[in-house]
Every structure is written in C-alpha cells, then in structure tokens.
Design a protein around this ligand. Sequence first.
Ligand SMILES: Nc1ncnc2c1ncn2[C@@H]1O[C@H](COP(=O)(O)OP(=O)(O)O)[C@@H](O)[C@H]1O
Ligand SMILES: N[C@@H](CCOP(=O)(O)O)C(=O)O
Length: 700
Amino acid sequence: MDSPTAVRIAVPATSANLGPGFDTLGLAINLWLEVVWEPAPQTHVHVLGEGAGDLPNDTSNLIYQVAAGVLDRLRRQPPPGGRLTIQNRIPVSRGLGSSAAAVVAGVILGHHWAGEPLDAQRCLEWAWPYEGHMDNVAPAIVGGVTLVWQGEDTQGYRRLDAPPFPIVLAVPDFKVSTRRARDILPPWVSRSDAVFNAQRVGLWVYALARHDWDVLRWAAEDRLHQAARSPLIPGLKSVLRAAQAEGAKMATLSGSGSTVLALVDGEHVVRVAEVMGEQFRAYGIRARILVTRASPKGASPLQEPPSPPADDPPAPAAALGPAGPLAGRIFSPPACISIGGTHAGRGQRHGGTVSPHGPRARGGRRPRQSGGSLPVAGGRPAAGLGRGAAAAGPRPAHRSPAGAGGDGGQRGGGAGRTRSPGGPGRGQTPGAGTDRVRGGPAGAQRPRSGGAAAGPAHDLPGGPRHRQDHGGSPVRAPVPGLGGAAARAPGGGGTGRPGGGVYRAYRPEDPRDGETCPGRRAVRGRGLLPGPGGRKGLRTRGHRCAGQGHGGPSGGISGHPGWVFGGDGVLPRHQSRPAFPFCDPPHLSRVFRPRTGGHCRPDGWGTPVPADPRSRGAAAGPPGGRPRRVAPLRRQRPSHPQLGGGRHPAAGGAARRQRAPGHPLPGGAHDPDLGRLRGEPLRWRRRWWDAPTRARPCLC
Ligand SMILES: Nc1ncnc2c1ncn2[C@@H]1O[C@H](COP(=O)(O)OP(=O)(O)O)[C@@H](O)[C@H]1O
Ligand SMILES: N[C@@H](CCOP(=O)(O)O)C(=O)O
C-alpha cells in the first residue's frame, strides 16, 4: 500500500428525532468536527475544542479506533505513523451527534488510509453499525434532514431539504449519555402513543415536503421519549414551552439530550434564545446558546455519485443550497418523499438502502435497494470494499426486536472496540454511564466567548437583503432575519425581534435611507429577566433614536461589535447584541431591553411616548432621559414543576401581563390536550397558554 497522503475530513453535528421521529428523523447542523491527518514518523492524536481534555489523545480515540477497524476489515495495515488533529466543535454527549460524527470521520479516514473509494451510501453502511443510530449517521453523511428505516432485511434512508430557519441550541452544561437516555425509556408504548407519534412524523415529512412550516408546532410533539427523558434534563419542559411561547416554530430535545433545539423564525431568534437560557438557569443549569442553521452538506470528502440521467428533472435552485459535494444530489422535496423509491435514478441520490450486514463483500449480494443501484465511486466495483474476509464488515451484534430500539450494541471487530449495551461507554470513558455534571451554581457567569465551541458564525448563509416590509420602503434586513452576514462579520446587519416588536439590526455604517417603519405594533415594555441566581433585571436604557443614535458604536455591553437593535420606534442606542452564535445566557441577560411604548414616525423611527400607566414594566421616559426601572418579566422558581411541583416559573402574573403582542401562541393555545400530553396540571395550562396578549397599534 502506498503511504497515504494528508487528508482533511469534516463532519457536521446532527440532531436526531426532531421530536416524534425517534430513531427515524435527523437533521445536519452547521457545527463541525474537523479532522486532519498528516503522515508523520510517529502516531500522535491531538483533540482540540469540545472534549479536549476528556477525549483521549491517543490511539484509543474513537476516530482512530474506527479508522483502524475499517483497515482491519479491509485487511490492510495502518500507516506507520501520522499526526491526527481533531478540531471538535460539537459538544460531546449533548445530543448533537458527536459520536456519530466521530464514527463517520473514522470511516472516511480508514478508507483514505486504505486508498479505497467511499461514497455516501457506502459510508453509511460502514458507519451505522458502529454508531447504532442511523438517524444520526445519515444526516451526518448527506446533510439536510434524513429519515431512516430499519427492518429485518433492509435499512435505508431518504434525504429532504432542511427547514430554512435559524436553529437555536441551548446546550446545558451537563452531559447525558445516549445509552443511559435509552435505558430510561419504557420498553412498551401504548397504542395511542404510537398512533400519536406516527401522525406527527407524517406531519413532519409533509412539512418538509411542502415547506409548510406552520404545522411544525404540532409535528414536533412526541410521546415516545421526551417525557421519559425529562428527569435527566431538569427544566426540559419549561424550556420547550417557553421557546414555543416566544415564537419558535418548534422546539424539541435534541437527540437524547441534553441539548434543546428550536427552529425559529428569524425575528424571534433573540427572544427565543434568551428564554431558553433563562429557563435552564431557573433550574440552576447553565446553558450555552448557539444559534446556527441546518447544514445542507454532509461529511466530506466523499466521492460524488454519478451525474443524474438526462430525464431527471433538474433540482430547483432554491433546493440546492450552497454548492457542495452534495448539492447536485438534492431534489425537489416531492421527489424526495417517494420513499418507495420506484425511480431508480432518484432513489440513488436521495437516499439509499443499507445492508443489514454491513458493507457488501466481494461477490456478495447487493443490498436490496428501493432506489436503484449503489453508486460505485470512481467506477470501481463496490466489491472492492469487502475484499476477502472483509465480508465480515461491521455487523450489528444486537438488534432490538422492536426494530427502533436497538441501541448501538455493535461489535466492532478487529482493532475496533467492542461496544455493547452493557459494555463500556463510547470512547475513552469506560463505564462512564451518564456523565451528568451540573453546570455549577445558578448564576455563575460563563466566559463571554464560546471558546472552542464557538461555532461557525462565518458559515451562516444569507446576509442583508432588502425587503418590503408592511408595504413600506425597502428595509435592510436579512431574511429570514438572523443575518448571516451579520454573524459572519462584526457589524453585519440582521433583524431580531426580541419581545415581540419588530426589531432591526444595522451595520453601524449603513445609511438608513429609504427605510420605513417595519412594524404596526408597539411592544409593551419588558424588563430584563431576573439574572442568574434570581438577580433582578437590569434597567432598560432606551435612547430615542429619531435620526440619531442608531448607528452609534455598539458592542459596549456585549463586547461584540456590530449589532445594534432597534424596534418599534425606539432604538436603544447602546443596545447591542452579541454576534451570533456564541451568546450565552448571562451574555444575553445583560443586553438591554428596548424601551417600548413608542410609536413610529413616518421615517421609521420612534418618538418615545409616555408609558402606558397600565403597562407595568413599560419603561418609557423622557427622550434621552433615564428610563424607569422595569419589573422583571417573571419570577423564577428553581423547581422542576414535573418533578417537585410548584408553579411554572413563567405562568401567570407578570408573564401574562407582559406577554409580547404579535407572538403566535403555540399550538397548545388551541389544543386543550397539549398541556395534558405534557403532564401538566390544568392550572398551568390555562395560565400559560391562555395568557392574553395586548397589542398597541403603531401610529405611523
Ligand atoms: N471528536 C471525538 N473524538 C473521539 N471520540 C468522540 C468524539 N466525539 C464524541 N466521541 C465519543 O462519543 C461519546 C459521546 O457519545 P454519545 O453519548 O452518544 O453523545 P452524543 O449525543 O454527543 O453523540 C464520547 O464519550 C466519546 O467517547
Ligand atoms: N435516536 C437516538 C438518537 C441519539 O442521538 P445522540 O445525539 O444523543 O447520540 C435516541 O434518541 O436515543
């Protein structure tokens, strides 16, 4: 074997389940594991970023182990030495598919060492027995959203375009091991719960196929795993509820936890991010908030599948996403959901069918495919992979009779590790079990920077665009609002809508010519939420912004330059937002809330007006004057309602009075069952979901 050349491998994080799609649905996220391997006389393994210090810096590292296992099955020798640098941005054991990413990276590395071709289909065949969860592995390899299925003699996946919304991740400061989170699940489910989830998964696929995102609030409901896992994740239900109440399209436990994921319309991003952090904090848990997007791309480098046959319809440009190795493989959603896969060409590109026995051996039977033959990378026969005794590819050692429940108990042969449900935990921490570490005392301040976990702010697509807003002049704002360019570069533009008003962000240097009032509503004032440890909210510090102030230097509060938010006629001059995605809750809680109660002038900027005296917390004052201190939005009670009783922290009282207008109530508002499904006492449901909203018309 020629000595292998250097290689750089990238694999995205993934969020499995997406609510009801337990072991079925998965989403690739724009947070990446990067692995660089270079030839060297000695073997070195070096982990940077997430997990540095915990993950092993030697050949027991999962990535190295999987790569060596691949070589072993291919009957090849590992290279004599090499430097393996692992730059990990995926939080470990937080339900973001870090282990799936590591396994996929290992499979790619092993094939690179062996000089064997590898495409997405084959990578999946090799990786899923190591990982055990195809719902993580498939999106890690092909990007977007995948749905997978497994049965006695077939496993497969199909790929769909991911929702276009920003993703807010609340990543608690404690781990939940996937194995523990599976062990806690009840072995049986009732028929009504099974039907409930089947209906919602169907709705999810419908939403993805038709881009009907309004149904997500129902599609993301679940009765199979989240409630059972909530004891492992204190505050889970509150975080989910609060995110939806603040306008998230959907919110769900990511994978087996501990992360909570929300898909959020751009204008609600900031507020949703805030409340998710706050709710965790109310339970004494620190949580990092990352704002990112789905990744249309999966792992690289993988070989391209053959170009589509001439009669295949071209993919609509919008569905293609950024150019990348998989761009040509994405087809219009209706084609993607042909799960039966009668079209050979399409099936091959949307998904694949995986042999239950791992990679096919030379001369062996091709895995049954509903979607056409496997692409053979580089024109080489696929059998090359299963050379000789490689017929014994990675093979599931354990398969749950229930199909969906088998938890990764795979025997990695050769140099690979053995992983079984009862065996040591993944990676280097045998017997780690649930490695749950509380995030320190409530209120402890995190460093402002996301550190190594700081995700790919630069990767966020999009950027400022002009759009017509309420029939006015073009408004400079990114669509859907997060503002990729803003996140990319300090000073970028974007919109946010903290608190229900229409907020805009501007590059400080941007002229505001031609802009008009973006909103028709003013927002009732909100104070800052109680800070960590029950600290009272900070004062608002609104400054009138009519023709001034909006472009002033920002970053004074957050340390992140460039984001200046204004809204509904009152633009707090010093209100700045950290550049996403690395704002953590303390960070957010320090951001000054806008003063509200103003109305919009024709030029789009506000003249503060006296606060509505009925509005507790409205902080209007004389223009430029010192605003009144506002009442905290709600009192936090650090008790887990579902576990220890007590009121929902956000229920009733100030929360009801200060609820921002314009927020679509979550699906539960019209679903009397929702609270019951979540096991809440009736009094919360009524108080929380039926909270009245008040809107004041914009006078412009
Ligand atoms: N970059 C990495 N390098 C090596 N091992 C890793 C890496 N990322 C994750 N792992 C392994 O995966 C384990 C976490 O897997 P799991 O509990 O399934 O959590 P997750 O939800 O993050 O996939 C870690 O304990 C470690 O053994
Ligand atoms: N379907 C699995 C997904 C586990 O994902 P992870 O990211 O937590 O490893 C499950 O819910 O157990």
